[in-house]
Design a protein around this ligand. Structure first.
Ligand SMILES: [Zn+2]
Length: 244
């Protein structure tokens, strides 16, 4: 009924109303809690500890560094995931084309819930995705992944005014991380220190601006890992205190 109105009527308002109903219905469907995979005839993935999830990612990174990616039956993996997904880990990473999380951790379909933004910043829409991954998909590990030679952090460290308001908003969010390390380094060392500090700042931003994720971490239900990808070697290095 709504559809026929939309295609036969010239009333733009009714078309917009139909679109709104469509999106609301789609959104509502997406909000349904993820049903256990067994309901769809698949085996339930056993709950894994954060340490195991991270060590699996590190094993994948070792394969990636060596250029020996695991061979997988992608078609059957794809078919097994048509009705549900249960990614163990969420990754907040930079959009940089050289740092695709699925590749650098040698993971496949259904393994990672990925949120990407230049400078791996935790902006509101990204936070929504991270909350969804934790709350509805059962992702219990959040990896904030920065990388060496990050252009977004370099732009923020330059102090130059950005050509658009959107780009300015991005560097403004990275700015406090640059300020924090400014007194202790200069030149390339300043950029490298700011990149690490920006990873930490993004992790803190997630917890500061998402009540859901903050409570989850406080209750031990969510583990937040800070890490940096090395462009030259392919290695992911853990930065947060738990790794030291
Ligand atoms: Zn970057």
């Amino acid at each position: 009924m709504c559809y026929s109105q939309a295609i036969s009527g010239d009333n733009m308002r009714s078309k917009l109303a139909c679109l709104a109903i469509f999106f609301l219905a789609t959104f509502a469907a997406a909000q349904q809690p993820a049903a256990p995979a067994a309901h769809h005839g698949h085996a339930v993935r056993p709950a894994q500890s954060p340490d195991k999830i991270w060590s699996d990612l590190m094993d994948g990174n070792k394969r990636f560094i060596a250029g020996k990616l695991k061979s997988r039956a992608v078609v059957s993996v794809r078919e097994s995931l048509t009705k549900s997904q249960h990614p163990n880990a969420t990754v907040l990473s930079c959009s940089d084309s050289r740092v695709p999380p699925e590749l650098v951790f040698d993971q496949t379909l259904g393994d990672l819930f990925v949120v990407r933004a230049a400078g791996n910043i935790a902006a509101p829409l990204g936070l929504a995705s991270m909350e969804y991954a934790f709350d509805h998909l059962g992702s219990t590990v959040l990896v904030v992944l920065g990388h060496t030679k990050c252009g977004a952090v370099t732009a923020a460290a330059s102090g130059e005014k950005m050509p658009t308001p959107n780009l300015q908003a991005m560097v403004d969010q990275i700015g406090p991380a640059v300020e924090k390390v400014k007194g202790s380094a200069t030149g390339d060392a300043l950029i490298e220190a700011a990149i690490k500090e920006n990873v930490h700042q993004s992790a803190m931003d997630v917890l500061a601006h998402s009540e859901v994720l903050r409570h989850a971490k406080e209750q031990g239900k969510l583990t937040v890992i800070e890490a940096e990808y090395q462009l030259d070697t392919g290695e992911v290095v853990r930065l947060d205190k738990a790794a030291q």
